[in-house]
Design a protein around this ligand. Sequence first.
Ligand SMILES: C[S@@+](CC[C@H](N)C(=O)[O-])C[C@H]1O[C@@H](n2cnc3c(N)ncnc32)[C@H](O)[C@@H]1O
Length: 294
Amino acid sequence: MAILHLSLISTITCSQRKATRASQDSVKTQKTLIATDSVSSFRLCPCGRRHFIGAMPLLPLAPSYAASSSTEDLKRLRPRKPDWYDELFAWSMDTSMEQYEKEISSYKMKLFNNLVGKAEKVLEIGVGTGPNFKYYSNIPNVSVLGVDPNAKMESYARKSAAQAGLKPEYFSFIHAVAEAIPLEDSSVHAVVGTLVLCSVADVTRTLNEIKRVLRPGGVYLFIEHVAGEDGSFLRLVQNVLDPLQQVVADGCHLTRCTGDYILEARFNGGADINKASLSSLAYLSSHVYGVAYN
Ligand SMILES: C[S@@+](CC[C@H](N)C(=O)[O-])C[C@H]1O[C@@H](n2cnc3c(N)ncnc32)[C@H](O)[C@@H]1O
């Protein structure tokens, strides 16, 4: 009964978001193109530019990653969980994603190509066990900052970084939430997030933080699992399982319309948002992936 009740709430919330977006679309002046790629894609870009980041010097990072306000936000937005829970979740991410990573690898290769020659300082939100490090290996002089509130992810991420040939001094693990990133404005060339907006407490705030820390012309690469189509069997299953998923998978929501959030964040240079369906994740099969341009 409680599960059904919560499921209804999440359905209504998503439909309401769509209604809000529709009314925003009617007044927006930005150019929106609808194209087709795998399932469908939309491109929102007011200027039609693609922003290339040269090998420019970086602005200094905040002096301390553990800035007090971000520590407060970490405690507030992601209340501390028992060590065994964090360790179990980190271990399960490390051991259960092999099939998925195989299936998503062609998407990731294409996406991460956007960084080659354009990004040296990369921030990865929700870096987790570091499954993306291997895609940084052909980016010259890359250094990676990984934000994650689960401290147990650090050792796995460091191992992945080493396996990918990233020297320890080129990877920093930052114990924080993506809603309050302890970095200065315009301090990174690129932000990467895979399977993380499902888990943050506040998606809009996270996207605003991404825009804040990105340099002008910087890019945000994303791959996110999202709610299935309204009225589909998949969506019904997601509605039923959503409350349980949040408990067992560290706050992961099954019914988020993450593509809508990214569109509504209105990145300066627009966003390419594509849809894909991935069989290896069962009821998490619906995905959006793409690039947003700051
Ligand atoms: C499903 S895992 C994905 C990890 C990795 N990005 C991947 O693709 O495998 C979600 C990650 O987001 C992290 N996370 C949860 N809440 C977060 C928040 N508010 N800010 C940043 N990361 C968060 C979790 O600790 C976890 O590492």
